[in-house]
Write a protein that binds this ligand. Structure first.
Ligand SMILES: CC(C)(COP(=O)(O)OP(=O)(O)OC[C@H]1O[C@@H](n2cnc3c(N)ncnc32)[C@H](O)[C@@H]1OP(=O)(O)O)[C@@H](O)C(=O)NCCC(=O)NCCS
Length: 173
């Protein structure tokens, strides 16, 4: 089940996840997708604010800059049982969720998205907030790049669509 994650080799050997702090907040906040992709993911500053509010409520949110060496190329968030909004997919209440992922428009189509997904999945599989038997993610309907990216690591749709987002699952057991 996890072979695709385990066997994946990074194209960018210096790619790493760096926690968001006051030191890198602005450079990560201002990273941008292409205008045509704005419908797929909100601005990074909104994501960081939401993560702050999530943690303030005592729930889990991990927020990362994606760096190639010292160069910020993207931004991502991971949650764990963090959602309880109306219509929230039931499966996301018992999973580590790849919540947001973006690669800045200047660095797209170079393999960073796939490499970053590998690093994020490895991180999720360390179960930083306690063990779980499911990974989840989602993509906005029509986002064929994200669909293909997540499928390449073994995620499949579970048929649920919430607020226009297709839920994807990767059972661990
Ligand atoms: C989705 C996203 C993170 C991918 O990042 P990326 O660095 O461009 O992806 P990669 O270069 O690693 O490419 C991954 C695959 O998608 C393909 N791909 C990337 N951009 C593409 C495009 N615009 N059109 C067609 N294929 C594309 C690549 O060819 C590659 O395919 P392969 O695995 O067969 O080689 C990036 O496009 C993005 O930030 N999109 C906006 C936000 C978003 O949609 N986030 C995901 C859902 S929250």
């Amino acid at each position: 089940m996890l072979e695709a994650i385990k066997n994946y080799e990074l194209k960018h050997k210096n790619l790493r996840l760096v926690e968001v702090t006051t030191k890198n907040y602005w450079e990560l906040g201002f990273l941008k997708t292409k205008r045509s992709q704005a419908k797929f993911v909100g601005p990074n500053f909104y994501g960081m604010a939401y993560a702050y509010a999530t943690v303030a409520e005592g729930k889990f949110a991990a927020v990362f800059g994606i760096y190639d060496g010292e160069t910020p190329v993207g931004y991502a968030m991971v949650g764990h049982n963090s959602y309880d909004y109306e219509g929230c997919p039931e499966v996301c209440k018992h999973s580590y969720d790849l919540w947001r992922l973006m690669i800045d428009k200047h660095y797209q189509k170079k393999g960073y998205g796939k490499d970053a997904t590998k690093l994020l999945l490895d991180y999720m599989l360390t179960f930083p907030d306690g063990e779980e038997d499911m990974l989840t993610t989602s993509y906005e309907e029509g986002n064929v790049v994200a669909k293909k990216l997540y499928e390449s690591f073994g995620f499949v749709s579970n048929g649920e669509i919430s607020h226009g987002e297709v839920t994807m699952v990767l059972p661990l057991k």
